[in-house]
Design a protein around this ligand. Structure first.
Ligand SMILES: [Zn+2]
Length: 283
């Protein structure tokens, strides 16, 4: 950011064309006139800037501050600073919200950051759980952060360097811990000798000991791996996989009547309930 003589082809933003001793100029040379007192009240960045170089309101000379932000970002920031209404649909994409948050943070404008919390709930932002999570984490918007954390379970996250949106280690760890927490909880339920006694006993109904690994052992390992790959759990049982098929058709080789080992509809129901009950919070 520098003070400079304005470039020739200036245009003025319609809502900020007349009043003010300061002009903010975007890279496309769209100028915004605004009172330095308004900027100082809403932004400690500008307060510090003008404390060091107080604009002289007694002269007609314009004091131009060139900013890096685009027209829409500056418009929304200045409208919030001036108490003017902002059209709700003005920010429609995740990028718009991120750009505005970045600018509000850079200029230390808490009212603008507060305003942005509403946008954490618009569909375009909700559709990007990881970026929403990172943004909410950065600005301490706890409710949106917790909600987005649950939504990240639907994602096959690329944890390679540079692939994640910037976030602190604490919040990155929370993503990993929730996944691990769910996997651990699911593994514990699958080993439950009461809930899944029919499988975990290692025997058929006629008390023949089944050879290891039993179809239930193989099924448990498969289900845990599926949850590892899809931590939301909704696809774990929908996979049309040979392991599921083998468990459904499994029989005891020593029983002559060919009875199926597991009551499949009941087993599926129990598994489905267990998946639905997996934790979505860490604390
Ligand atoms: Zn048997």
């Amino acid at each position: 950011m520098t003070s400079s003589v304005p470039a020739p082809e200036i245009s003025y933003h319609a809502d900020f064309a007349t009043d003010g001793d300061i002009e903010l100029a975007t890279p496309a040379n769209v100028h915004f006139r605004i009172a330095s007192s308004t900027l100082c009240r809403s932004s400690s960045f500008f307060r510090a800037m003008f404390a060091n170089a107080q604009p002289d309101s007694s002269t007609s000379e314009r004091h131009v501050v060139v900013v890096d932000e685009d027209e829409q970002t500056v418009e929304v920031l200045l409208k919030i600073a001036s108490g003017l209404p902002v059209q709700f649909l003005q920010l429609t994409e995740m990028e718009d919200v991120e750009r505005l948050a970045h600018a509000a943070d850079k200029y230390d404008m808490p009212a603008a950051l507060n305003f942005l919390q509403v946008y954490m709930h618009v569909p375009a932002v909700r559709a990007q759980p990881l970026r929403r999570y990172a943004l909410a984490a950065r600005y301490g918007w706890e409710d949106s952060c917790a909600e987005a954390l649950v939504d990240t379970l639907q994602l096959d996250i690329d944890f390679s360097p540079g692939a994640l949106p910037p976030m602190d280690m604490l919040h990155l760890a929370r993503i990993l811990r929730l996944r691990q927490f769910r996997i651990k909880a699911f593994a514990a339920v699958l080993d439950d000798v009461v809930l899944f006694g029919f499988g975990n006993s290692g025997k058929c109904n006629a008390q023949h000991v089944l050879p290891k690994p039993t179809p239930w052992d193989t099924l448990k390992a498969f289900l845990v791996l599926e949850l590892t790959r899809h931590p939301c759990g909704t696809t774990v049982l929908s996979a049309n996989h040979a392991v599921l098929e083998a468990a459904r058709e499994a029989k005891c080789k020593e029983c002559e009547n060919g009875t199926l080992l597991y009551h499949w509809p009941r087993t599926l129901d129990l598994l489905q309930r267990a998946l639905q009950r997996l934790p979505t919070k860490l604390d």
